[in-house]
Ligand binder design. Structure first.
Ligand SMILES: Nc1ncnc2c1ncn2[C@@H]1O[C@H](COP(=O)(O)OP(=O)(O)OP(=O)(O)O)[C@@H](O)[C@H]1O
Ligand SMILES: [Mg+2]
Length: 264
């Protein structure tokens, strides 16, 4: 478990799980880099307890126009080299990333790919491209883990963003749509040659419903790492925009971490 992606349907709890995982793994002595790859929702930095978001990685890679030019060259099979320094690097380590792009607090590190901020800004392809390059070229050392809070849905698989991911956690809430999307994420993860794929049940109201959801996932051959029950404390933190600190959900994620560290 080195490069972990948190996937699933919109609103199922990807950012919640990313935040709690990052906190727990940091407490366990890992150096955790959280990557905010969601080009819309601005709030992950707040959930993690930061006062402001980091400078977008997009700037470090030369900005949107530079990336679009690079994509065009590639489509034309033109071997002209991109000019932005970071696009030319073969690989890099966490320690190479400048401080304003990778902020840290209580041992947790956060990096954000970029956000759509203006009308008519164009598609999110450059952001997906930067994310793909970054995930691929970042080399992790012993006890370093990267957790990517993916954007909702499956478009990132289509763009090949997940090609260097080794572990996929799929958030599943108790709805037929969420289970059906989980199945698709599982299939696409396998298609991306990822072996370590786990479902995490979230917002579960009762043990009986947890059993039903697990049954549905087992039918689809998807392993379950654990269950996070509906937690009013999490809902309250979300309403107040507070960092996710102590909660029942955090204790449940602690058990999920034990499963993942043993088996993933
Ligand atoms: N176990 C839980 N108990 C109660 N509320 C929860 C739980 N998990 C998540 N939530 C709430 O559900 C909402 C969606 O959670 P979150 O933002 O983590 O989902 P997401 O998958 O990242 O959403 P998006 O697809 O929009 O990025 C938030 O308001 C969050 O506080
Ligand atoms: Mg989110």
């Amino acid at each position: 478990m080195k490069k972990v992606s948190i996937s699933g349907k919109g609103g199922t709890g990807k950012s919640m799980l990313t935040t709690l995982l990052s906190g727990i793994l940091t407490e366990k002595g890992y150096t955790v880099l959280t990557v905010d790859s969601d080009d819309s929702n601005p709030g992950l930095y707040r959930m993690l307890g930061f006062d402001e978001a980091p400078r977008p990685l997009m700037d470090l890679f030369g900005g949107e126009n530079q990336i679009l030019t690079e994509i065009k060259y590639r489509q034309q099979k033109d071997d002209k080299q991109p000019t932005a320094e970071w696009l030319n690097k073969d690989k890099f380590e966490m320690s190479d990333i400048p401080e304003d792009y990778m902020i840290h607090r209580d041992g947790q590190k956060l990096l954000s790919v970029g956000k759509i901020s203006a009308a008519f800004e164009g598609c999110a392809c450059p952001m997906a491209e930067v994310l793909k390059i970054f995930l691929d070229k970042l080399e992790l050392k012993e006890k370093e883990i990267m957790i990517v809070d993916m954007e909702a849905g499956v478009e990132h698989f289509g763009r090949g963003v997940d090609k260097s991911i080794d572990t996929v956690l799929i958030l599943v809430e108790p709805t037929v749509e969420s289970i059906s999307l989980a199945s698709k994420v599982y299939y696409l993860s396998r298609g991306s040659k990822i072996d370590n794929i786990w479902a995490v049940l979230n917002k579960i109201p009762t043990g009986a419903i947890a059993d039903k959801v697990k049954g549905e996932l087992e039918k689809r051959k998807i392993k379950v790492a654990g269950t996070v029950y509906y937690d009013p404390q999490i809902a309250e933190y979300a309403l107040e925009g507070k960092p996710l600190t102590q909660s029942q959900a955090k204790e449940e994620v602690r058990q999920i971490v034990e499963v993942l560290l043993k088996e993933a």
